[in-house]
Write a protein that binds this ligand. Structure first.
Ligand code: PEP
Length: 251
């Protein structure tokens, strides 16, 4: 990982977790506070229903709490949606936007993802903007083109000044146990870095690039050591404190 970027390990609980599940956060907090302090920033993005309660346990242990999505507007007639200022009010500091499950399940476009990222920044929070190709796109040799298009269109101009995080998550690696080869991850992250530098200059060197997709204790050390991998977005393995702590320790 780049020496001048503090890595971020962010857990995405997806649509999992009830209040009773917070004992895993208590366990993670105890792991993190009982030994050497972690050399990375640790974050958890639970369902919005748990943000406030999780924060009460997480914040004293230095764990940042985030959300998984937001509406692009700050308020208004959007029944069932949550805005970035509401998530901030509940204690979120990060918001995942453009996760492939939302791009697929809710037909989210790059344009909408960019608007959501702008809303997150306007609320004073940090967006984790997800990009990644499907298996069909990779097999057709279009992974680079697809991810480059998503990056260009989903990352707002405000990233020139404000803090954003990019997560490269090949769709076919999410929740499947499959991962790209280290060479493929290295190639994609180098390409993402080059594009960010071409667009944002020196600022582009500092933007965290996370890898996501079946990251687990068994592969974390190898993947997190790849150049331009500045941490990970972790789904399934983030639900268990022991697994997430093993990934944090690998970072
Ligand atoms: C994710 O959903 O962001 C993810 C990376 O999931 P998993 O780790 O389960 O593949």
């Amino acid at each position: 990982m780049a020496q001048n970027i503090t890595p971020l390990i962010a857990g995405n609980w997806k649509m999992n977790g009830l209040r009773v599940s917070l004992f895993e956060v208590e366990k993670l907090a105890s792991h993190l506070t009982s030994g050497e302090p972690p050399r990375c920033t640790v974050a958890l993005c639970p369902p919005a229903t748990l943000i406030a309660a999780m924060n009460r346990i997480a914040a004293p242990a230095g764990i940042v709490v985030g959300a998984q999505d937001c509406h692009p507007a700050a308020s208004g007639a959007h029944t069932g949606d949550l805005s970035a200022p509401m998530l901030a009010d509940a204690g979120a500091q990060l918001v995942i936007v453009g996760h492939s499950e939302r791009r697929t399940d809710h037909h989210e476009t790059d344009e909408l993802v960019r608007q959501k990222a702008q809303a997150v920044l306007a609320a004073g929070l940090t967006p984790i903007i997800c990009v990644g190709e499907t298996l069909a796109e990779r097999e057709a040799g279009r992974a680079d083109a697809v991810v480059s298009r998503q990056l260009a269109a989903s990352v707002p101009e405000e990233a020139a000044e404000l803090d954003v995080v990019i997560a490269y998550e090949p769709v076919w690696a999410i929740g499947t146990g499959l991962t790209p080869t280290s060479a493929d991850i290295a190639q994609m992250h180098k390409s993402l870095r080059d594009q960010l530098v071409a667009r944002f200059g020196a600022k582009g060197e500092t933007i965290r690039l996370l890898y996501g997709g079946s990251l687990k204790p068994a592969n974390a050390r190898e993947i997190l050591a790849i150049a331009h991998v500045n941490g990970g977005l972790v789904g399934g393995a983030s639900l268990l404190a022991d697994d997430l702590f093993a990934i944090i320790s690998a970072a």
